[in-house]
Write a protein that binds this ligand. Structure first.
Ligand SMILES: [Fe+2]
Ligand SMILES: [Fe+2]
Ligand SMILES: [Fe+2]
Length: 325
């Protein structure tokens, strides 16, 4: 293995280490806000797995000759795949918790998928096997969470009077509006940071879709008589995400942007899964239909980005002068 590949592997493994540390914090906090025993136990089970991931990653770092002090430095600087952005989204209800975690698991599985592709290029079979094994567990956790959206909505709405449901639905619509605003901001810079024409086209196409999604949400809010000042509150609730790490492009931006965008699509997917369920409970079928339509486009966008992971990794490696395949 060349020195440059070894350096890249250490970088990706160090990012994975950081991501797992942040995951552990989440797994410990999650059961307290889960609001449902099944949701709580999903997190408890994954806490054990997360500890194992952290240990396996550390093992590979040691095997590749990375010094513990270097790992600590990078972890402290929180340069992981944008997990710092996620940490700012403080989930306060079971619904937001499950949505946030669903997205975070997709960031983890994307990080391990990229790591496996990189290790494959470097000829490091042990890291490939480790990364694929962890990726499977992240995927399984994401699937468990996907199966818990019903319980999450139930737990989030449980203590509300039935006539609050319309007000709640407005809030979920405002949240969706705020998330689309963040998506538009990210995607408008996507094409120039993409590093590959396939990804640039995917970002561009989804930017236009996101603008349409936002208009559809606006239309639903307007028809429900919700005011636009409330939308501003939702943006504040979500917290303005700091996109600085992407907008100041680094040589490894294409791979990180692809992995992060993939995770962000799943934040949106989670938000629309909740919106659809709350709309159905409130008897607002046009909103449910809009959520279902948008959902299918979010899934398609995530799939397109995922299909370009090889391109993104190649672009990142090329920008850093690391040997072609
Ligand atoms: Fe993990
Ligand atoms: Fe995980
Ligand atoms: Fe999207």
């Amino acid at each position: 293995m060349t020195k440059s590949f070894q350096d890249q592997l250490i970088k990706h493994l160090t990012d994975a280490h950081s991501i797992e540390q942040q995951a552990l914090v989440q797994m410990k906090a999650a059961p307290k806000i889960a609001g449902d025993p099944e949701i709580a136990s999903a997190f408890e089970q994954h806490e054990t797995e997360t500890q194992e991931h952290s240990r396996l990653v550390d093992e590979r770092l040691t095997a590749l000759g990375a010094s513990p002090s270097k790992i600590k430095d990078v972890a402290g600087a929180a340069t992981g795949m944008g997990f710092g952005l996620f940490a700012k989204l403080q989930p306060d209800t079971p619904g937001k918790l499950v949505t946030h975690a669903f997205s975070y698991e997709h960031m983890e599985l994307a990080a391990y998928d990229m790591l496996a592709r990189l290790a494959d290029r470097a000829g490091d079979v042990e890291t490939v096997q480790m990364a694929r094994r962890i990726e499977e567990q992240e995927r399984a956790m994401a699937a468990r969470l996907e199966g818990l959206f019903d319980q999450a909505v139930e737990a989030s709405l449980r203590d509300l009077a039935p006539d609050d449901l319309g007000e709640q639905l407005d809030k979920y619509l405002e949240d969706a509006h705020a998330i689309e605003a963040q998506a538009i901001q990210l995607l408008s810079k996507g094409p120039e940071l993409a590093g590959s024409s396939q990804l640039a086209a995917a970002y561009e196409e989804h930017l236009h879709q996101s603008e349409e999604h936002q208009q559809q949400i606006d239309a639903r809010l307007a028809s429900r008589g919700a005011s636009s000042s409330k939308i501003k509150d939702a943006v504040l609730r979500l917290g303005a995400l700091n996109w600085g790490m992407f907008f100041g492009a680094q040589p490894d931006t294409p791979a990180k942007l692809a992995a992060f965008s993939y995770a962000f699509e799943h934040l949106e997917i989670g938000a629309y899964e909740l919106l659809s369920r709350v709309a159905r409970r409130a008897g607002d079928s046009p909103t449910d239909a809009a959520a279902q339509n948008i959902l299918s486009e979010e899934h398609a966008a995530a799939d397109k980005i995922y299909a370009a992971f090889d391109n993104a990794l190649d672009a990142s490696l090329e920008a850093q002068g690391v040997g072609a395949r």
